[in-house]
Design a protein around this ligand. Sequence first.
Ligand code: A3P
Length: 345
Amino acid sequence: MLFKQQALLRQKLFVLGSLAIGSLLYLATRVGSLDRPQPICPIEGRSGSHIPEQIPLRTLQFKRGLLHELRKGNATTEQIQLHNLVQQLPQAIIIGVRKGGTRALLEMLNLHPAVVKASQEVHFFDNDPSYAKGIEWYRGKMPFSHPHQITIEKSPAYFITEEVPERIFKMNSSIKLLLIVREPTTRAVSDYTQVLEGKERKNKTYYKFEKLAIDPNTCEVNTKYKAVRTSIYTKHLEKWLKYFPVEQFHIVDGDRLITDPLPELQLVEQFLNLPPRISQYNLYFNATRGFYCLRFNIVFNKCLAGSKGRIHPDVDPSVVTKLRKFFHPFNQKFYQIIGRTFNWP
Ligand code: A3P
């Protein structure tokens, strides 16, 4: 009897012991893999890259630490010197278009270890008083980064502001320009929704979209309405093409960035001559938000603010049809210029 009980006890101890050893081994490998220096991946030979031969992938981790503090103005001069950090003028700019998905694009590109974003919209080139402060003022608005990283800023008003192409050209004639677009009518409604929300916040009343988008005298599309004008992409792009060749632009499909962001981001990585580093791991669909959110690492992830992804008001279908018909020829011209077609009606 005693012998049987001892055998049973030994058996239990053996099972418990195996479980404990297994857990310890698992933890050791997990912790080990976190501590282990990340591999340095070689970059495929691409011409014209600003990125050096090797990119320390740990930068991504670093970004959430010191650089985060730097952006908040919390780092000391010693830290900046120690890490050889610099404030660089942007090598690429997201020039627009408003409500195209510019914030999502910037935040998603910031997942890349070689990219550092300017968190705020700087509005340097479209705002005369800011522009008058000069290029060093602009540089001062840029985040600190390692010299091998590229800085990206976004100010969606750049795309539609007359003076901006020339001003950017004067700063850097070979800068890379990113433009994210959505189906023009949806973008116009999104634009309207943002303004409407602002009015409601101030307890003000506002016109219905239909009233603004259609001229009541002619019953035609009201081209004086800014939300309509902004969606005539070809008109704005043509002004930029007086300064920059079309190869210097990359057009991002904002509708696809919503439904399937990774392929769009991979195209941008190629355009920026960056090694492919953003992966499906970095993007996960959040059913509550109804959008993809960002995963930086095992502990840090985030979704965009609630102001991104508003519910649009219902718009009279006949007005939608009229607008789509109106935009159609402009869209065709836009496709021709950029050499890419979208599934817009
Ligand atoms: P809506 O609010 O009309 O849905 P911008 O940043 O240029 O203002 O663009 C805002 C748009 O980004 C939103 O328009 C939303 O549809 C789109 N968007 C794209 N990807 C998103 C994401 N992952 N999370 C939230 N919004 C996203």
